[in-house]
Design a protein around this ligand. Sequence first.
Ligand SMILES: O=C(O)[C@@H](CO)OP(=O)(O)O
Length: 239
Amino acid sequence: MPRLILLRHGQSQWNLENRFTGWVDVDLTAEGEAQARRGGEQIAAAGFHPDVMFTSVLTRAKRTGALALDSAGLKDVPVVEDWRLNERHYGGLTGLDKAETAALHGDDQVKIWRRSYDVPPPPLAPGGEFDFAHDPRYAGQHIPDTESLKTTLDRVLPYWNDAIAPRLKAGDDVLIAAHGNSLRAIVKHLFNVPDDQIVGVEIPTGNPLEIDLDANLTPVAARYLDADRAQPLPPLPEA
Ligand SMILES: O=C(O)[C@@H](CO)OP(=O)(O)O
């Protein structure tokens, strides 16, 4: 039975500062590093030995994965990076303070931008500090100027199908170190969460989410390895 662990990066500097982050490459705080190491210890305690780790091209996810593998004594696990596991692109909200934005536009509007399934934030204006069009990590790619969770899923899912699912189907155990919304997209897909219920899924930072899958990659069991920091999970889908 293939095992999957989803690991959201530890606390980042902009998680701490409460700023819309998206594709901005902010690093972990000291607390975020500690969360990543604790996550690794929990992965080791669960007897999980991934055959491969997938991660995004963003430092906070890559470092979380590396710190977790290191503290689990699993430094030799091969790592595959891809931008399609990046955080959802926050468009024109990128870099703004979340509380100030709510004071300006209202809590309801900000909740729609943050947690609705298919309403994207306003697009990013081209040419500014947070325009990644000329970033070599995305050379030759058509990159978005904003993303909803739906359009995030639209780019995560082909990567899941082409790169990740084949490894699980071959019997490999897989660790994915990524981001709140790219992981919510994977959870939505695996658990078949209805569009209007994904708003209730919040993945805590640095808390490994173990999902046991059947041969069709349908979840048959799921739990956060740090039960004290767990959040509600969607019901298991019918097999
Ligand atoms: O700022 C972001 O990129 C994300 C994740 O931290 O925030 P949110 O909680 O709004 O999805």
